[in-house]
Design a binder for this molecule. Structure first.
Ligand code: SF4
Length: 614
């Protein structure tokens, strides 16, 4: 607490209440370092102002940066727990246990606000979402696949709220039997709500309830001679049953449970959560957490964040170790579920076997994570040594340009941190000053824009990799020089494949790294960790540049293909593109489908124009 008036801070804390509440620890710039809850606010916060530490590394860092503290008293510990969760979500403090990979998870939300619910993908944070959220799933592929099943088997609307309001007749989804057509009231509220309930059961994995329900409805349709609907339901039942069989391992005798196991290592821990729904083990979720809290404390902090308001709460929560807030969790979760929830530690039989499974997988997750970190660590140290870098290249950004003989030129930037791609750091640049085919000038312009912006925002990588040789690197260095980039802050290198005419090793896949100081490039062995890491970063940049280039061409083809059609301006062009994907897609669309996007006279003119021979 250098420069901080500890006496003043102690005086402030002496006025804190001795009841429950939430406190926030702040640094000298007023940033929230840590949010915690306490039974006795004054005693808890005082412990941060005592000399010495409690042996934990995080504690030492935290106390060193601490400059101010604030508190908020609550009536009960339960309120404090809820408020703590909200504040952690809002401030994402540096020293709280965070579900760091949370934001990258896609989840499925069944919107329950508004008149006609629908199922859609949402990001895991889900703040402001008003529906029931399912997930996270093991992968983006898994969540998309599940949503695809929902859309195929359950006739809920897929259109946006705005579109729903504007419709005067149903869209093609209705014609295909994939939507009940609530937009123009082609179904009753009861029928629609019944489908919503079925979707919820499906996403909860409650096939024991879902399938008999669908079968009953199928029989009703048959009895009423609605054979088409009955046949559709039969197909749906068979498809769902097949999927469930393939996806899940049956577990006899268990109800709905979440089972948690923690494996802790040096400054990092893995949490594995098994989800049992209607006695069946569904896809587990896994989390990697940073920090050196003891496992029980870590699990306690994790649980506080895991059960966000929209998350489904099962009947039983089973932990691999006891946590200090167990009784409190039981109370809060029971309230949220609207029925008693048991948070257990001692379990037997099947539950014990499941908990063992969770433990084993948490340990596995931790060891594979550790191995991955070790490899990345070695690759980063190797790069620093081989390339003579001043800084360890924890954050690398790579730039590549894609063009078609000077047309549709676009540059892409990708970012990797600790050897992993960071999608938030991906960016594409349309060039402002370069005309014709001049990749060198393109690199210079883009680097100048990126580095100037980065200097201003204090947001720079440790290493910039330019896809290319000495010439490209030279132009990138000019840009860096012009914006006044200190070389000790960010270093630049060029990465190029070794050329067969210059290097006999080229055929073996060596990479050449060109350095700012000039001289012979550093040759990286293809099998080395350093080479694999840099090649991975460069390939990601290449793919991003090609993707952006194709997108530009697609939009341009659409623009030139439609610019003579009366009534089709930029806004309608982009609506058409969004709906049909390409000029080919628009050409293949029926008049009725076109009319769903543009007014009838424009749709006719469009069809007429596109059917003309050219
Ligand atoms: S039929 Fe109506 S409600 Fe259903 S998706 Fe189409 S526009 Fe939306």
């Amino acid at each position: 607490m250098k420069g901080v008036d500890r006496a003043a801070l102690r005086e402030k804390v002496a006025l804190f209440p001795t009841g429950p509440g939430v406190y926030t620890l702040l640094d000298a710039r007023g940033r929230v370092l840590y949010v915690g809850k306490a039974k006795n606010l004054r005693a808890r916060v005082r412990s941060y102002l005592r000399e010495g530490d409690d042996g934990r590394r995080f504690y030492r860092h935290l106390v060193a940066a601490l400059a101010d503290v604030e508190c908020f008293a609550t009536d009960t510990e339960k309120e404090a727990l809820l408020l703590e969760h909200t504040l952690i979500q809002r401030h994402a403090p540096r020293w709280n246990v965070k579900l760091t990979d949370d934001k990258s998870y896609l989840m499925i939300e069944v919107t329950t606000h508004g008149e006609w619910p629908r199922a859609r993908l949402v990001r895991a944070r889900g703040r402001g979402k008003r529906g029931t959220v399912f997930g996270p799933y093991a992968s983006a592929r898994a969540v998309r696949e599940t949503l695809r099943h929902v859309k195929r088997w359950f006739p809920l609307r897929t259109c946006s709220d705005a579109e729903l309001r504007q419709r005067t007749r149903p869209c093609i989804e209705y014609e295909m039997g994939r939507c009940l057509g609530p937009c123009v009231r082609l179904c009753s509220r009861e029928d629609y709500d019944a489908v919503v309930q079925e979707v919820l059961l499906f996403l909860q994995g409650k096939n024991d309830t879902l399938l008999p329900r669908l079968e009953a409805r199928m029989r009703e349709h048959s009895a009423a001679l609605r054979f088409e609907q009955a046949a559709r339901l039969r197909d749906q039942i068979q498809a769902i049953a097949r999927t469930l069989e393939g996806q899940r391992v049956a577990r006899e005798g268990a109800g709905d449970q979440d089972l948690f196991a923690v494996a802790a290592g040096e400054g990092v821990a893995a949490v594995l959560v098994l989800h049992v729904r209607s006695g069946q083990l569904t896809e587990p979720s896994s989390y990697e957490l940073r920090g050196d809290l003891p496992p029980a404390e870590l699990l306690n902090a994790f649980l506080g964040q895991f059960y966000r308001p929209q998350r489904y709460v099962p009947r039983e929560v089973i932990l691999d170790r006891d946590v200090s807030d167990r009784a409190l969790f039981e109370e809060v979760l029971s309230e949220r579920r609207g029925a008693q929830v048991a948070v257990k530690v001692q379990v037997r039989g099947e539950r014990r076997a499941l908990l063992e499974l969770a433990r084993k997988n948490a340990a596995l997750l931790l060891s594979t994570g550790e191995e991955k970190r070790r490899v990345v660590d070695e690759a980063l140290s190797g790069l620093q040594r081989l390339l003579g870098l001043r800084r360890r290249p924890r954050r690398i950004e790579c730039f590549d340009v894609s063009t078609l003989q000077g047309a549709f030129t676009v540059a892409a930037q990708v970012r990797f941190e600790d050897g992993e791609p960071v999608p938030q750091g991906y960016r594409t640049y349309k060039l402002r000053t370069v005309e014709g085919q001049d990749d060198f000038a393109a690199i210079e312009e883009v680097l100048e824009r990126r580095l100037a912006g980065g200097l201003e925002r204090g947001d720079l990588p440790d290493l910039v990799v330019v896809d290319g040789g000495a010439a490209q690197l030279g132009r990138a260095l000019s840009a860096a020089h012009r914006v006044g980039l200190p070389p000790q802050r960010t270093e630049l290198v060029g990465l190029a494949k070794a050329r067969p005419e210059e290097d006999p090793e080229a055929a073996r896949g060596y990479e050449r790294v060109h350095l700012p100081r000039g001289g012979a490039p550093v040759l990286l062995e293809p099998a080395s960790l350093e080479c694999r890491l840099l090649a991975r970063v460069r390939d990601a940049a290449h793919r991003a540049a090609v993707r952006a280039h194709r997108e530009l061409r697609r939009k341009s083809a659409l623009r030139s293909g439609l610019e003579e059609v009366p009534g089709v301006g930029p806004k309608r062009r982009s609506q058409l593109l969004k709906r049909f994907g390409s000029l080919k897609g628009i050409r293949a669309a029926s008049l009725a489908e076109l009319e769903e996007v543009v007014p009838a006279p424009v749709a006719r003119a469009l069809q007429d124009y596109l059917s003309r021979p050219r």
